[in-house]
Unconditional design. Structure first.
Length: 253
Protein backbone atom coordinates (compact mmCIF):
# COMPACT_ATOMS: atom_id res chain seq x y z
CA UNK A 1 0.00 0.00 0.00
CA UNK A 2 2.80 2.36 0.93
CA UNK A 3 4.58 1.45 -2.30
CA UNK A 4 1.51 2.37 -4.37
CA UNK A 5 1.13 5.68 -2.54
CA UNK A 6 4.80 6.43 -3.11
CA UNK A 7 4.40 5.62 -6.81
CA UNK A 8 1.39 7.99 -7.14
CA UNK A 9 3.30 10.83 -5.48
CA UNK A 10 6.31 10.18 -7.72
CA UNK A 11 4.15 10.28 -10.87
CA UNK A 12 2.57 13.59 -9.82
CA UNK A 13 5.97 15.06 -9.07
CA UNK A 14 7.35 13.97 -12.45
CA UNK A 15 4.28 15.39 -14.20
CA UNK A 16 4.76 18.75 -12.48
CA UNK A 17 8.48 18.67 -13.30
CA UNK A 18 7.76 18.04 -16.99
CA UNK A 19 5.29 20.95 -17.10
CA UNK A 20 7.85 23.28 -15.51
CA UNK A 21 10.68 22.03 -17.73
CA UNK A 22 8.65 22.58 -20.89
CA UNK A 23 7.58 26.10 -19.92
CA UNK A 24 8.09 28.45 -22.86
CA UNK A 25 9.33 25.54 -24.97
CA UNK A 26 7.39 26.89 -27.90
CA UNK A 27 5.60 30.07 -28.84
CA UNK A 28 2.85 30.74 -31.31
CA UNK A 29 0.53 33.47 -32.45
CA UNK A 30 -3.09 33.48 -33.49
CA UNK A 31 -1.66 33.84 -36.99
CA UNK A 32 -0.91 30.29 -38.14
CA UNK A 33 2.08 31.35 -40.21
CA UNK A 34 3.81 32.51 -36.99
CA UNK A 35 3.23 29.25 -35.11
CA UNK A 36 6.19 27.42 -33.63
CA UNK A 37 6.96 24.02 -35.18
CA UNK A 38 6.35 22.57 -31.70
CA UNK A 39 2.69 23.63 -31.89
CA UNK A 40 0.42 21.85 -34.33
CA UNK A 41 -3.18 22.90 -33.88
CA UNK A 42 -6.03 20.48 -34.25
CA UNK A 43 -8.45 23.26 -33.38
CA UNK A 44 -6.88 26.72 -33.59
CA UNK A 45 -7.70 29.52 -31.11
CA UNK A 46 -10.04 32.08 -32.66
CA UNK A 47 -10.25 35.44 -30.97
CA UNK A 48 -13.88 36.56 -31.06
CA UNK A 49 -14.86 40.03 -29.89
CA UNK A 50 -18.63 40.05 -30.00
CA UNK A 51 -19.08 43.22 -27.94
CA UNK A 52 -19.55 46.53 -29.70
CA UNK A 53 -16.31 48.23 -28.71
CA UNK A 54 -16.64 51.47 -30.61
CA UNK A 55 -16.03 53.33 -27.37
CA UNK A 56 -12.50 51.91 -27.09
CA UNK A 57 -9.83 54.58 -27.50
CA UNK A 58 -7.17 52.15 -28.75
CA UNK A 59 -7.09 50.77 -32.26
CA UNK A 60 -4.86 47.74 -31.66
CA UNK A 61 -4.48 45.42 -28.66
CA UNK A 62 -1.45 43.21 -28.10
CA UNK A 63 -0.87 40.70 -25.33
CA UNK A 64 0.13 37.13 -24.54
CA UNK A 65 -1.55 34.06 -23.01
CA UNK A 66 0.40 31.25 -21.33
CA UNK A 67 -1.15 27.79 -21.55
CA UNK A 68 -0.51 24.15 -20.58
CA UNK A 69 -1.77 21.04 -22.37
CA UNK A 70 -2.06 17.39 -21.44
CA UNK A 71 -0.67 14.49 -23.48
CA UNK A 72 -3.78 14.53 -25.73
CA UNK A 73 -3.33 18.22 -26.61
CA UNK A 74 -6.23 19.49 -24.50
CA UNK A 75 -5.61 22.89 -22.96
CA UNK A 76 -5.73 22.41 -19.20
CA UNK A 77 -4.93 25.94 -18.08
CA UNK A 78 -4.53 29.38 -19.62
CA UNK A 79 -3.54 32.65 -17.95
CA UNK A 80 -2.89 36.19 -19.10
CA UNK A 81 0.90 36.53 -19.20
CA UNK A 82 0.94 40.02 -20.76
CA UNK A 83 -2.13 42.22 -20.63
CA UNK A 84 -3.31 44.07 -23.71
CA UNK A 85 -4.45 46.88 -21.47
CA UNK A 86 -8.12 45.89 -21.73
CA UNK A 87 -9.66 43.22 -19.49
CA UNK A 88 -12.38 42.34 -22.00
CA UNK A 89 -9.86 41.62 -24.76
CA UNK A 90 -7.63 39.70 -22.33
CA UNK A 91 -10.52 37.45 -21.22
CA UNK A 92 -11.61 36.86 -24.82
CA UNK A 93 -8.06 35.82 -25.77
CA UNK A 94 -7.77 33.54 -22.74
CA UNK A 95 -11.11 31.84 -23.48
CA UNK A 96 -10.15 31.32 -27.12
CA UNK A 97 -7.02 29.44 -26.02
CA UNK A 98 -9.03 27.32 -23.56
CA UNK A 99 -11.37 26.29 -26.39
CA UNK A 100 -8.48 25.38 -28.68
CA UNK A 101 -6.78 21.99 -28.94
CA UNK A 102 -3.35 20.89 -30.07
CA UNK A 103 -2.42 17.69 -31.77
CA UNK A 104 -0.41 15.62 -29.28
CA UNK A 105 3.21 16.68 -29.12
CA UNK A 106 5.43 13.68 -29.71
CA UNK A 107 8.91 13.52 -28.23
CA UNK A 108 11.11 10.42 -28.44
CA UNK A 109 8.10 8.49 -29.70
CA UNK A 110 5.82 9.45 -26.79
CA UNK A 111 3.13 12.10 -26.37
CA UNK A 112 4.12 14.63 -23.69
CA UNK A 113 2.43 17.68 -22.22
CA UNK A 114 3.62 21.06 -23.35
CA UNK A 115 3.60 24.64 -22.09
CA UNK A 116 3.66 27.63 -24.46
CA UNK A 117 3.23 31.37 -24.65
CA UNK A 118 0.63 32.74 -27.08
CA UNK A 119 1.17 36.28 -28.37
CA UNK A 120 -2.03 37.77 -29.78
CA UNK A 121 -2.85 40.93 -31.66
CA UNK A 122 -6.22 42.27 -32.71
CA UNK A 123 -7.70 45.51 -33.98
CA UNK A 124 -11.02 46.85 -32.72
CA UNK A 125 -13.64 46.13 -35.35
CA UNK A 126 -15.50 49.41 -35.01
CA UNK A 127 -12.55 51.70 -34.35
CA UNK A 128 -12.52 54.81 -36.45
CA UNK A 129 -9.66 57.18 -36.00
CA UNK A 130 -10.85 60.74 -35.74
CA UNK A 131 -9.18 64.13 -36.00
CA UNK A 132 -6.46 64.86 -33.46
CA UNK A 133 -6.30 68.15 -31.59
CA UNK A 134 -3.34 69.62 -29.74
CA UNK A 135 -3.40 72.30 -27.06
CA UNK A 136 -0.16 74.17 -26.45
CA UNK A 137 0.95 77.33 -24.69
CA UNK A 138 3.43 80.16 -25.02
CA UNK A 139 4.89 82.33 -22.26
CA UNK A 140 5.60 85.97 -23.12
CA UNK A 141 8.11 86.27 -20.25
CA UNK A 142 9.98 83.13 -21.31
CA UNK A 143 10.16 84.42 -24.89
CA UNK A 144 11.53 87.71 -23.57
CA UNK A 145 14.29 86.09 -21.48
CA UNK A 146 15.40 83.99 -24.48
CA UNK A 147 16.47 87.19 -26.25
CA UNK A 148 19.35 87.58 -23.76
CA UNK A 149 22.54 85.56 -23.95
CA UNK A 150 23.03 84.84 -20.25
CA UNK A 151 20.94 84.65 -17.06
CA UNK A 152 22.76 87.65 -15.56
CA UNK A 153 22.08 89.75 -18.63
CA UNK A 154 18.40 88.75 -18.53
CA UNK A 155 18.11 89.66 -14.82
CA UNK A 156 19.48 93.13 -15.55
CA UNK A 157 16.32 93.82 -17.55
CA UNK A 158 13.76 91.42 -16.06
CA UNK A 159 12.62 91.00 -12.46
CA UNK A 160 12.84 87.21 -12.77
CA UNK A 161 13.71 84.44 -15.22
CA UNK A 162 12.37 80.90 -15.65
CA UNK A 163 14.72 78.03 -14.84
CA UNK A 164 12.25 75.62 -16.50
CA UNK A 165 10.30 76.09 -19.67
CA UNK A 166 6.69 76.93 -18.64
CA UNK A 167 4.66 74.92 -21.08
CA UNK A 168 1.29 73.23 -21.42
CA UNK A 169 0.68 70.40 -23.92
CA UNK A 170 -2.31 68.15 -24.37
CA UNK A 171 -3.28 65.89 -27.28
CA UNK A 172 -6.68 64.26 -27.74
CA UNK A 173 -9.02 62.89 -30.40
CA UNK A 174 -12.34 64.43 -31.31
CA UNK A 175 -15.42 63.20 -33.17
CA UNK A 176 -16.03 66.64 -34.64
CA UNK A 177 -14.18 67.47 -37.87
CA UNK A 178 -12.07 70.62 -37.45
CA UNK A 179 -13.24 73.80 -39.11
CA UNK A 180 -9.63 74.60 -39.89
CA UNK A 181 -6.27 72.87 -39.57
CA UNK A 182 -4.55 76.16 -38.78
CA UNK A 183 -3.06 76.89 -35.37
CA UNK A 184 -5.70 78.99 -33.61
CA UNK A 185 -5.07 81.35 -30.70
CA UNK A 186 -7.61 80.53 -27.96
CA UNK A 187 -6.85 83.42 -25.64
CA UNK A 188 -4.27 85.31 -23.58
CA UNK A 189 -4.19 84.93 -19.79
CA UNK A 190 -2.47 87.18 -17.28
CA UNK A 191 -1.14 84.89 -14.57
CA UNK A 192 0.05 86.15 -11.18
CA UNK A 193 2.06 83.88 -8.88
CA UNK A 194 3.78 84.22 -5.52
CA UNK A 195 5.31 82.32 -2.60
CA UNK A 196 8.28 80.94 -4.46
CA UNK A 197 9.77 77.88 -2.71
CA UNK A 198 13.38 77.56 -1.61
CA UNK A 199 14.28 75.91 -4.91
CA UNK A 200 12.47 78.63 -6.85
CA UNK A 201 9.33 76.59 -7.49
CA UNK A 202 6.06 78.46 -7.97
CA UNK A 203 3.66 77.42 -5.21
CA UNK A 204 0.67 79.76 -5.49
CA UNK A 205 -0.97 81.00 -8.69
CA UNK A 206 -3.70 83.60 -8.53
CA UNK A 207 -6.70 83.79 -10.81
CA UNK A 208 -5.81 84.45 -14.41
CA UNK A 209 -7.54 87.12 -16.46
CA UNK A 210 -9.85 86.53 -18.21
CA UNK A 211 -11.28 83.59 -16.22
CA UNK A 212 -12.95 81.06 -18.51
CA UNK A 213 -13.14 77.32 -19.22
CA UNK A 214 -9.56 77.26 -20.56
CA UNK A 215 -7.83 79.37 -17.91
CA UNK A 216 -6.73 76.30 -15.91
CA UNK A 217 -4.53 75.37 -18.88
CA UNK A 218 -2.64 78.62 -18.26
CA UNK A 219 -2.28 77.68 -14.59
CA UNK A 220 -0.86 74.32 -15.60
CA UNK A 221 1.76 75.93 -17.84
CA UNK A 222 3.37 77.85 -14.99
CA UNK A 223 2.57 75.83 -11.87
CA UNK A 224 5.59 73.93 -10.46
CA UNK A 225 7.95 75.77 -12.81
CA UNK A 226 11.01 77.28 -11.15
CA UNK A 227 12.20 80.87 -11.34
CA UNK A 228 15.18 82.96 -10.29
CA UNK A 229 14.67 86.62 -9.26
CA UNK A 230 16.95 89.64 -9.05
CA UNK A 231 17.88 89.33 -5.37
CA UNK A 232 20.61 86.95 -4.26
CA UNK A 233 19.31 83.75 -2.66
CA UNK A 234 15.70 82.80 -2.20
CA UNK A 235 13.24 84.77 -0.12
CA UNK A 236 9.77 84.08 1.22
CA UNK A 237 8.16 87.51 1.01
CA UNK A 238 4.84 87.80 -0.77
CA UNK A 239 6.24 89.45 -3.87
CA UNK A 240 4.02 88.88 -6.90
CA UNK A 241 5.28 87.94 -10.34
CA UNK A 242 3.42 88.34 -13.62
CA UNK A 243 3.37 86.49 -16.90
CA UNK A 244 1.09 86.28 -19.93
CA UNK A 245 0.26 82.80 -21.21
CA UNK A 246 -1.17 82.42 -24.70
CA UNK A 247 -3.06 79.22 -25.48
CA UNK A 248 -3.25 77.65 -28.93
CA UNK A 249 -5.23 74.80 -30.43
CA UNK A 250 -4.58 72.98 -33.68
CA UNK A 251 -6.62 70.08 -35.09
CA UNK A 252 -5.51 67.91 -38.00
CA UNK A 253 -7.27 65.12 -39.88
Amino acid sequence: MQLILFFIILVRFLKFFIYSFLLFLSTFSFASEQSSPHVNWEREPILELNLDIRSFKTKEFNGAIKFITDTQGNVLKANVEKSSGNKYVDNAARNSVLRAKMKPYIKNGEAVPISALVPFSTETKFFKEGPKCIWSSESSHYNAQKTYKTEDEALEHLDYIYLDHPYFYRQYETNNPPESEDKIQMGKYDVIFENVGEDGSILIINQSTPEDQYSHYAYTATFRSRIKHKKLGWFTSRKKYHDTITLFKQCVL
